[in-house]
Design a protein. Structure first.
Length: 157
């Protein structure tokens, strides 16, 4: 069964064009920004499934190997299907397409979509905060270096 059929099995028709145009496509256009975060979370989930004994070692190995391949190939290597709504579902369906439902389908077990989205947002915020702190430290160092060069310079006020 193809990923599209598996995802849309309960639906009699595809989402309305308006939904695709005004919600899905802009969301997919931003997917590159969260691509690496999604892969981190999917890899962590696969490891958790293995460590708790939910999935077999060979399934976890195959899933992790494929996630690493996707990661190494980069965002541009995947084709996003707007009918799947977002990056998360696209990555899950890519795994199912490449590994088969019997292996790739295991990654979805015990995964809360709400927890996934919240964790993704928190990691994205953490990256933005870390980038801001790094920039502030660089600014601080530049100002300190400049002040060392002008320690004898008199400034009014």
């Amino acid at each position: 069964m193809s990923a599209d059929k598996a995802y849309n099995a309960r639906l009699s028709q595809s989402p309305a064009n308006a939904i695709t145009e005004f919600y899905v496509k802009p969301r997919l256009a931003e997917a590159k920004k969260i691509f690496h975060i999604n892969l981190i979370l999917l890899k962590a989930h696969a490891v958790m499934l293995l460590e708790t004994g939910i999935i077999k070692k060979e399934f976890a190995r195959a899933i992790l190997k494929e996630l690493l391949r996707i990661d190494e190939a980069g965002f541009e290597s995947i084709t996003l299907n707007p009918e799947l709504n977002d990056l998360y579902l696209n990555l899950n369906m890519i795994l199912i397409d490449r590994l088969g439902e019997d292996v790739g389908g295991w990654l979805h077990i015990a995964m809360s979509r709400n927890d996934f989205d919240l964790t993704e947002t928190r990691l994205q915020c953490r990256e933005l905060i870390n980038a801001s702190v790094k920039s502030l430290l660089e600014l601080m160092n530049s100002l300190l270096e400049l002040s060392r060069k002008h320690i004898e310079t008199v400034m009014p006020g």
